[in-house]
Design a protein around this ligand. Structure first.
Ligand code: A3P
Length: 283
């Protein structure tokens, strides 16, 4: 594909994830209180991470660290994570089968955020276009085909979800939906806090929702008010790339009727027996 991409286990990774690190992941020593923050790229990972940061800031300041994704970096990465003293919130875009087995053995908690595939594709298209760490894309049409065939970073959207769904009971996994968060954020924050065993008052919840609105997060990044260490995407140091539109349904500006039909067909074929798919809305 390009100098920026290498294939590991059949899945495209950027050179920011070294093959040596990917090979050594299974030696990773988890801790019982590790929390994995899992997503296919462009599903709202930064949003969810900020919610968690605010949530712990409210209840247990300085006790947790959000690390960079476990698959980003080189051999030194595992040592770096080991040196973190407090509770670790560890983001990852890895498929279920590549997650270090110690997380599974300890039944660690994981939160998986899902976004409808059409908006995810459009968001990833823009991310490819604007990010010097990803290959150049000729057109939306070319990108659409890559997405449909799973030839983008982190592979197929379908396989990612289905893999995590298949093993949903092996760790303790909470599934969240981007569209549901857009519709009723307080409800999702309440779900997250009860999953983590944290009690929040209605006031605290509405404060967290205010601070994690798209407008607020985008403004903070533009003002460079956000914590430079809290980026959950090591593919860019330019966090402005993350906050593009933050809406549901932007895909309608991009998908041709034919592209829409093909994705719907693929979706039906692959997701028909998926329980998670029943909660995925594309309007
Ligand atoms: P768009 O490109 O559609 O705007 P990730 O964090 O997984 O890389 O996902 C990025 C997507 O989440 C972007 O989508 C971004 O705008 C959106 N996003 C980030 N913060 C958000 C927020 N607070 N509310 C809604 N969407 C948000």
């Amino acid at each position: 594909q390009s100098d920026l991409i290498h294939i590991f286990n059949g899945v495209p990774f950027t050179t920011k994830s070294s093959a040596t690190l990917l090979r050594s992941l299974n030696n990773f020593q988890a801790r019982d209180d590790d929390l994995l923050l899992v997503s296919y790229p462009k599903s709202g990972t930064h949003w969810l991470a900020e919610i968690l940061r605010q949530l712990y800031n409210t209840k247990a300041p300085n006790k947790v660290s959000i690390t960079s994704p476990i698959e980003f970096g080189d051999v030194g990465k595992l040592e770096e994570l080991k040196s973190i003293a407090g509770r670790r919130i560890i983001p990852t875009h890895l498929s279920y089968d590549m997650i270090p087995s110690d997380f599974k053995d300890r039944k660690c908690k994981a939160i998986y955020i899902i976004r409808n595939p059409k908006d995810t594709a459009v968001s990833l298209f823009h991310y490819y276009k604007d990010n010097p760490n990803l290959p150049t894309i000729e057109s939306w049409h070319a990108f659409y085909n890559m997405f449909l065939n799973g030839q983008v970073v982190c592979g197929s959207w379908f396989e990612h979800i289905l893999g995590w769904e298949e093993h949903r009971n092996e760790m303790s996994t909470l599934f969240l939906y981007y569209e549901a968060m857009k519709k009723d954020l307080p409800k999702s924050v309440r779900k997250i806090s009860s999953f983590l065993g944290i009690n929040l008052s209605d006031n605290e919840i509405s404060e967290i929702c205010k601070k994690t609105s798209f407008g607020e997060m985008k403004t903070n990044v533009e003002r460079e008010n956000s914590d430079p260490n809290s980026t959950v995407c090591a593919l860019t140091t330019n966090k402005k790339l993350i906050f593009r539109k933050g809406t549901v349904g932007d895909w309608k500006q991009y998908f041709t009727p034919k592209q829409n039909r093909l994705l719907d067909e693929e979706y039906k074929a692959k997701m028909d027996s998926s329980c998670l798919a029943k909660s995925i809305v594309y309007e």
